[in-house]
Design a protein around this ligand. Structure first.
Ligand code: ZN
Length: 294
C-alpha cells in the first residue's frame, strides 16, 4: 500500500503536468472505485482549470478554479500514468511508444483525464480500493479521509513535545501508536519499522514508556528525527516499489533496496548480525532486531 513517500512521489509527478492546465475531457470506465464516484463527477471536472496540487496524509488533492477540490487516495494498487499528446510515455530522456493498453485502454484503466494540451492522465487500479471524491474546498478539513488526521511528520507541528503529549498514558505498543493516523499522518508499516530500527526502539514497548514525568525524553526527539530522515530519504529515492507502485512515468521507486529491517526476516541485522525477526502486530508484519531495539 502506498505510504507517504509513494503518494508524495506521485503528487510531484502530477504537479507539473496538471497545475495551470484545464481538464478538457473525463472518461469514466465504471461507476466508481471503492465508493461510487460523486454525483456529476465528470461534468464538474470538465472545463475546470487545476489551480494547485498538494498532498495531505496519503491523499492527493487538486484545487480547481470552480472552488472544488478533487481528492484521490490510491488505495492498494492505484497509479497514475501520464501520456503526452503523441501517446508517448515520458521516461526521463527516453521515449517509448505506448501500446494501446498503456494509453488508457487497459482493463484496469478506470479514469482518463484529457488536458487542454492533449496530455492524458490515466488512473489504473487493479484492485479498485482507490477513492476519488470532489467537494467544495471549504469542506476539505471535514472530509472523512482528512478529519482528525494528525500533523504531517515532515512539518513543524510534529516534534518531541507533540509526540510526548500524544503517547502519554498510551499502553498500546509503540508501533501501533505510530501507525495511528490521528497521531501522525501518512506513516505506514514500512517506514515505521525502518524508523524504529534506526531509533533503537522496540516496536513492542508500550508507547507511554517514552514519556517522562518532567521534560521530554531525548529518545522521543531522536525518534522524530529518524522518522523525518527515513521519509525524506524515501521521497528522494522515489518511494518503495514492492509490487504495484510506480511513478507517473512508469518508473519504480528505489528505496526498497535500502530497507534495513522491512521484509528482511532471517537475514542478518546490519548493525549486530543477529537474525531480523518478524512478528505480527494487529494483523501486520513487524520486522525488527531483538538486540538493537529495546
Ligand atoms: Zn541488531
Amino acid at each position: 500500500m502506498p505510504e507517504l513517500p509513494e503518494v508524495e512521489t506521485v503528487m510531484r509527478g502530477l504537479k507539473p503536468v496538471l497545475e495551470g492546465r484545464a481538464i478538457a475531457g473525463v472518461a469514466l470506465r465504471r461507476e466508481g472505485l471503492r465508493f461510487p464516484f460523486p454525483e456529476g463527477f465528470a461534468k464538474r471536472l470538465e472545463g475546470r482549470r487545476v489551480t494547485g496540487l498538494w498532498r495531505r496524509a496519503k491523499c492527493i488533492l487538486a484545487g480547481l478554479d470552480s472552488g472544488d477540490v478533487l481528492l484521490v487516495h490510491l488505495g492498494m494498487t492505484g497509479r497514475f500514468t501520464v501520456f503526452s499528446a503523441a501517446g508517448r510515455r515520458n521516461l526521463g530522456e527516453f521515449y517509448f511508444e505506448a501500446t494501446a493498453g498503456e494509453a488508457g485502454e487497459g482493463p484496469h484503466d478506470h479514469v482518463v483525464l484529457t488536458l487542454d494540451d492533449r496530455t492524458r492522465v490515466v488512473y489504473t487500479d487493479p484492485r479498485r480500493f482507490g477513492i476519488m471524491d470532489l467537494f467544495p474546498e471549504s469542506q476539505a478539513a471535514d472530509h472523512k479521509l482528512l478529519r482528525g488526521i494528525g500533523p504531517e511528520p515532515l512539518g513543524n507541528a510534529f516534534d518531541a513535545g507533540y509526540l510526548a503529549a500524544r503517547l502519554s498514558g498510551k499502553a498500546a505498543p509503540l508501533k501501533a501508536a505510530l501507525l495511528d493516523q490521528r497521531v501522525v499522518a501518512g506513516l505506514g508499516n514500512i517506514y515505521v519499522c525502518e524508523a524504529l530500527f534506526r531509533a533503537g526502539l522496540s516496536p513492542r514497548r508500550k508507547a507511554k514508556t517514552l514519556v517522562k514525568k518532567r521534560g521530554d525524553d531525548p529518545r522521543l526527539a531522536a525518534l522524530v528525527g529518524h522518522i523525518r530522515a527515513v521519509l525524506a530519504e524515501a521521497i528522494a529515492a522515489g518511494g518503495s516499489t514492492l509490487q504495484d507502485f510506480a511513478h507517473t512515468d512508469g518508473a519504480e521507486g528505489q528505496f526498497q533496496q535500502r530497507f534495513q529491517v522491512y521484509d528482511r526476516e532471517g537475514q542478518p541485522c546490519l548493525s549486530c548480525g543477529a537474525d531480523i525477526r518478524r512478528l505480527v502486530q494487529a494483523g501486520r508484519s513487524t520486522f525488527y532486531c531483538r538486540n538493537c531495539q529495546t
